[in-house]
Design a binder for this molecule. Structure first.
Ligand code: PLP
Length: 379
């Protein structure tokens, strides 16, 4: 049996998405910039996808820019806001994804900005009073705070943060890679200037996503070349990827309630079973309504190192991770857990679920964990 519980790293491509993409890898191969019928066909596929995505998010098509995924969209949001508007101060947290953290650190190292870290508590909640203090003493800041943390699932009160940013005239970017396709959101109500998306987190293809840029925020191009993406990102478009992203968004929004109920049920079941069967288990990050329903990060009792636990689960056919995909296989590297003050001598494992996860798979995993924790392995 092969069990996949690492859906925060990536998800399985939906068959419906695959079938929608196929023609654009075969017969519909025209370059969208060509003016003949081949090109017009793929141009039309891209623009109708942009229109559909914008409609789902309550924004206009001109505010959606296709990218190669979450990392590029985060880089574009950060670099281009700071560069275009000559900003000299940015605010972020120690638990951001490296696509945000490393980008801001490079700008700080190059002397382009001063970087302030807003406090987070031991469950990953941003201290809003501290954020207001930082904003009020640093007018015209750039703020980057993720909507849901990819390792622990803790959610940001994005509306409140947006209101604070508006009050102090800051540019607000939120990495929504883990929440896009998992929650309904009307971006025009959130007072957020920039949000990012990666299709592969909700059963779309890898290597494609988008950046939403609020119409009031004008940015310089990130990639110079052709006039694609309204001069913001030169390069022939990833047509089949964009079409797949659009289909994945459509399905995610269409079936959202059903999938939420299914996944929330599995997560709370797994949590209860773990509490019952593994004495001393705790959970990293928020667990109730303040958390992303697709992620459960477990802090196991001191029995064996995280690498060994993940290795043993893998041997049993169960795929989980120690943190983000870039540090999977080890929680030594989890900057998020360290920033929260988590006991790093105990193994932490992130289990993350999708619409394809089955209850039998959770039961199998619980039984395997019971076995592993019944045998006392010296630390
Ligand atoms: C919160 C968050 N931001 C950004 C990314 C990067 O997205 P991508 O893999 O599409 O570059 C990921 C995925 O790993 C993520 O979880």
């Amino acid at each position: 049996m092969k069990i996949y519980l690492d859906n925060a790293a990536t998800t399985r491509l939906d068959d419906e998405v695959f079938n929608t993409m196929l023609p654009y890898m075969k017969e519909e191969f025209g370059n969208p910039s060509s003016i003949h019928s081949f090109g017009r066909k793929t141009r039309s596929a891209i623009e109708s996808t942009r229109k559909n995505i914008a409609k789902l998010l309550g924004v206009t098509p001109a505010e959606i820019f296709f990218t190669s995924g979450g990392t590029e969209a985060d880089n574009m949001a950060i670099y281009q806001s700071i560069y275009t508007h000559g900003l000299t101060h940015a605010i972020t947290s120690k638990i951001e994804h490296h696509a945000v953290e490393h980008t801001l650190q490079v700008l700080e190292k190059e002397g382009k900005i001063k970087l302030s870290w807003v406090n987070v508590d031991n469950k990953g909640n941003v201290d809003l009073n501290h954020l207001e203090e930082l904003l009020s003493t640093n007018p015209r800041s750039f703020v980057s705070l993720m909507h849901a943390n990819n390792e622990i699932g803790t959610l940001l009160p994005i509306k409140k943060v947006g209101e604070l940013c508006e009050k102090y005239k800051a540019i607000f970017h939120s990495d929504t890679v883990q929440t896009m396709g998992h929650y309904h959101m009307n971006l025009s109500e959130l007072k957020v200037h920039l949000v990012t998306c990666a299709a592969h987190k909700f059963h779309g293809p890898k290597g494609v996503g988008f950046l939403y840029i609020h119409h009031d925020l004008k940015l310089k191009p990130m990639i110079y070349g052709g006039s694609q993406e309204r001069n913001m990102r030169g390069g022939t478009e990833n047509v089949h990827g964009i079409v797949g992203l659009g289909k994945a968004m459509e399905i995610a929004f269409r079936d959202m309630h059903e999938h939420q109920q299914h996944i929330m049920g599995l997560k709370s079941y797994m949590q209860e079973q773990l509490k019952k069967n593994i004495p001393g288990i705790e959970f990293n990050g928020e667990t109730g309504d303040g958390a992303l329903y697709t992620v459960l990060n477990c802090l196991f009792p001191p029995a064996e190192h995280a690498e060994m636990l993940l290795f043993n689960l893998d041997i049993a056919g169960i795929a989980a991770s120690g943190g983000s995909a870039c540090s999977s296989g080890s929680n030594q590297g989890s900057h998020v857990l360290r920033a929260l003050g988590t006991d790093m001598s105990r193994p932490s494992v992130r289990f993350s679920f999708s619409k394809y996860t089955k209850k039998e798979e959770i039961d199998f995993t619980i039984n395997k964990l019971k076995e592993l924790f019944a045998v006392k392995i010296p630390v």
